[in-house]
Ligand binder design. Structure first.
Ligand code: ATP
Ligand code: MN
Length: 469
């Protein structure tokens, strides 16, 4: 077969290079469908660069090679040389008249799991190794890429520095959730101290280590030197909660800003979310339209709505009053002091305000030790951003920069100082007011794709009893 430069289906369908029309081009990809008769065959070819397929037309009589044509079935991978022509049929503007085809790989029609269309999302989760080849997951993973890129662009354009915080951590002080232990000790023969405890001095790092639940504490070290930083990496929580919004391994974006107070923090969170949604509306239109048609008729309208309206900002205390007066029957009753459940968050967002909400000044007893204490002695300068369909999408706060107050809180909560002495030193040496937040990447993906289950917005989800692929 003649050597030609491979063209992406995206570029051909978007007409990136007009001069290619009527010339010979090469495309490679996977067959979505083949139909036709003994004179003509139509192959819908997809290379994952775009949701749409390019149509390859084969004049069966002149092409010959019946044997190979028969083997080109759904799922097979082929390379096609052919003439790029303006399309005869409706739909696409160009198609390819095949001259030569190389069959890279067949896909047996009897056993290929994606032979038929219309599989359920549950079934596709069981074949996570193949589901990227479906239209749905192609769209989702292209959007995931676009969003990741937009996140870096947003912060880079604002002069934030991307700080790589460790994945293996020696502290479990963050308290954000149960942790996965990291060890090289022989589990069949665990070394013990004279008191009968596990002897971590003999472990790889000479101490107990875990997978991180958040890059925040290290992020603060960066912010108190570089002023504005962000992290973007995997985080791990061994929480055994089988919900549609929790993963054991998920990605988090955590900006941390010196000299920001809680209001600056809210402004940044709102700008950031709107920017990302706008980016996707502008850059992922084809994929969004596909997901809207397939799964969620109000998707694009909902995204546009969020970019057009200000988020509602109010205190936790004011929110509790609204919930108490709502007359709504909640599974978990509300009163001042309780942590809000997703049913409460969604009531505020979807029924009461009908737009995203930022709640601030939560009771100190339900929030982490590092949050700045308010003068009322009861609340801390926390902020949660709540979104329709999702509930909490961002959790953040202004941080306690006062050494004595921070130590006081650590003692009250029984957090071992020896684990975070390095964190405390930032409050001893050149402390500064600062703030930050964490955005769960997959929660954002849920909102932006309109999907209902967090397992469907990450390529290889990690949840209890699920780490096959
Ligand atoms: P939730 O109450 O929903 O479990 P959280 O209070 O534990 O959340 P934070 O510790 O504040 O959440 O984490 C920051 C952000 O990370 C959350 O706002 C959310 O977007 C995301 N997040 C937290 N836990 C998970 C998880 N298990 N899977 C996916 N995303 C998560
Ligand atoms: Mn949690």
């Amino acid at each position: 077969m003649k050597e030609l430069k491979r063209q992406r289906v995206y570029d051909l369908l978007k007409g990136k290079d007009e001069s290619l029309v009527d010339g010979e081009v090469n495309v490679k990809g996977w067959v979505r469908t083949k139909r036709g008769n003994k004179n003509i065959a139509f192959i819908a070819l997809n290379d994952g660069s775009i949701i749409h397929n390019i149509q390859v037309v084969v004049d069966v009589q002149t092409f010959g090679n019946d044997e190979m044509l028969k083997k080109i079935t759904t799922g097979a991978c082929i390379s096609v040389n052919g003439k790029l022509v303006e399309s005869q049929g409706s739909g696409q503007n160009v198609e390819i008249q095949a001259i030569d085809i190389e069959l890279y790989g067949t896909a047996d029609a009897e056993t290929y799991p994606l032979q038929k269309k219309g599989h359920s999302l549950e079934f596709l989760r069981e074949i996570a190794h193949l589901r990227p080849r479906t239209n749905t997951f192609g769209a989702i993973f292209r959007m995931r890429h676009a969003l990741a890129f937009a996140i870096h662009k947003f912060y880079n354009d604002k002069g934030f520095y991307y700080l790589h915080t460790p994945i293996i951590t020696g502290s479990d002080a963050e308290g954000a959730g149960a942790m996965f232990r990291v060890t090289t000790l022989d589990l069949h023969n665990v070394p013990k101290t004279p008191e009968g405890k596990i002897d971590h001095e003999q472990d790889f790092f000479g101490k107990e280590t875990n997978l991180t639940v958040s890059g925040q504490l290290e992020g603060e070290l960066g912010a108190l030197a570089l002023s504005n930083i962000y992290t973007f990496g995997p985080t791990f929580r061994a929480e055994n909660s089988n919900t549609t919004r929790h993963l054991a391994e998920f990605w988090m974006i955590e900006p941390e800003m010196a000299f920001y107070d809680i209001n600056d923090n809210q402004d940044l969170a709102e700008d950031f979310l709107k920017y990302l949604i706008r980016y996707v509306l502008e850059n992922c239109a084809d994929d969004l339209e596909f997901l809207q048609n397939m799964y969620d008729k109000e998707l694009i309208e909902r995204l546009e709505f969020v970019t057009r309206n200000n988020f509602e900002r109010l205190s936790y205390t004011a929110a509790i009053e609204i919930l108490e007066k709502s007359g709504e029957k909640f599974e978990f009753p509300v009163k001042w002091g309780v942590d809000l459940q997703s049913e409460h968050e969604r009531y505020l967002v979807e029924k009461h305000f009908k737009k995203p909400v930022i709640l601030t000044d939560y009771p100190r007893d339900i929030k982490a030790f590092y949050m700045k204490q308010n003068d009322d002695g009861k609340t801390v300068r926390a902020m949660d951003v709540l979104f329709p369909k999702i509930g909490e999408i961002i959790g953040g706060s202004q941080r306690e920069e006062n050494y004595d107050k921070l130590i006081g809180r650590i003692k009250e909560m029984g957090i071992p100082e020896k684990d975070i002495w390095w964190y405390l030193e930032t409050r001893k040496f050149g402390t500064a007011p600062h703030s930050g937040f964490g955005l769960g990447f997959e929660r954002l993906m849920l909102f932006i794709t309109g999907m209902g289950n967090i397992r469907d917005v990450i390529p290889f989800p990690r949840t209890p009893f699920n780490a096959e692929f």
